[in-house]
Ligand binder design. Structure first.
Ligand SMILES: Nc1ncnc2c1ncn2[C@@H]1O[C@H](COP(=O)(O)OP(=O)(O)O)[C@@H](O)[C@H]1O
Ligand SMILES: [Mg+2]
Length: 251
């Protein structure tokens, strides 16, 4: 067993019930610093709920969650964010009337104790500005900083969501279906930029598309009806008969 203090994230027997439905059912999971892990599974498997438990948006019914060795099971989302966690959502979560840079600055300042005014000279916030620029750079949107968000393509909006998560310089990043709704070309671009992110960042990514999951990560955890039914390297998981039956199914 790995020392929990040496892990980026550790879940032990984590469950979440909604009435009679156990959406997440006794999940245990250890993620080492710098690891990239995909969480896959059919619709309704409990993937998004699992992320909400990790980020603190929902309290678990049972189990324990540690983040960088610290028990965060009862900590609210902002306290977990302050420990270096960021997440993106399955559904776009941007301010469509603001520019790309403004969205990014808001995300940066949200984690700062100092008060920030959007319409004050940016030169008064040199640190914030730099962080926002470097997050946009990392997702290939540096050239679009003045663009109004609603004029961006869907793919670019998803890239911006990654930038917003990066703006807080997270150590652990949770990405919920970053390629959802993207065209094959946009999906390819997204996969490329995710692979180029700073290797020091620990990344958990929910992926519906198995091929994308295996391109992004070596290690995959498969959820089904809230339970981990397989966990291992790509080829092992692909060859697992249970996975073939319930995840790949008949296509
Ligand atoms: N807030 C909620 N209240 C009740 N049921 C929920 C809630 N959130 C998710 N569920 C249910 O939990 C199960 C898992 O959902 P979800 O985590 O969104 O799955 P996935 O992301 O793998 O598609 C589904 O059956 C879903 O309907
Ligand atoms: Mg989901």
């Amino acid at each position: 067993m790995t020392d929990p203090g040496a892990l980026a994230l550790s879940l032990s027997g984590v469950s979440k019930a909604f009435g009679g439905l156990c959406a997440v059912d006794g999940v245990s999971l250890d993620v080492t610093p710098g690891e990239r892990r995909a969480i896959i599974g059919p619709n309704g498997a409990g993937k998004t709920t699992l992320f909400s438990l990790i980020s603190g948006e929902q309290p678990p019914t049972d189990g324990r969650i540690t983040l960088f060795g610290r028990d965060v099971t009862r900590l609210p989302p902002h306290r977990r964010a302050a420990l270096g966690m960021a997440r993106t959502y399955q559904i776009t979560n941007l301010f469509p009337r603001l520019t790309v840079l403004e969205n990014c600055l808001l995300a940066v300042q949200a984690l700062k104790p100092t008060k920030f005014h959007l319409h004050r000279a940016l030169s008064r916030y040199p640190g914030l500005f730099e962080r926002a620029r470097s997050a946009l750079e990392a997702v290939g949107l540096a050239g679009k900083d003045g663009e109004t968000v609603r004029n961006l393509s869907h793919g670019e909006q998803r890239q911006l969501e990654i930038a917003l998560a990066l703006a807080g310089a997270p150590k652990l990043l949770l990405l919920d279906e970053p390629t959802a709704g993207l065209s094959p070309a946009e999906s390819h671009l997204m996969t490329g930029l995710l692979k180029r992110l700073d290797p020091a960042i620990t990344i958990l990514v929910i992926e519906h598309d198995m091929d994308v999951a295996f391109e992004l990560t070596k290690r995959v955890t498969v959820l089904h009806f809230g339970k981990v039914i397989a966990d291992g390297l790509g080829d092992e998981v692909k060859a697992n008969p249970l996975v073939q039956e319930i995840y790949l199914g008949r296509e």
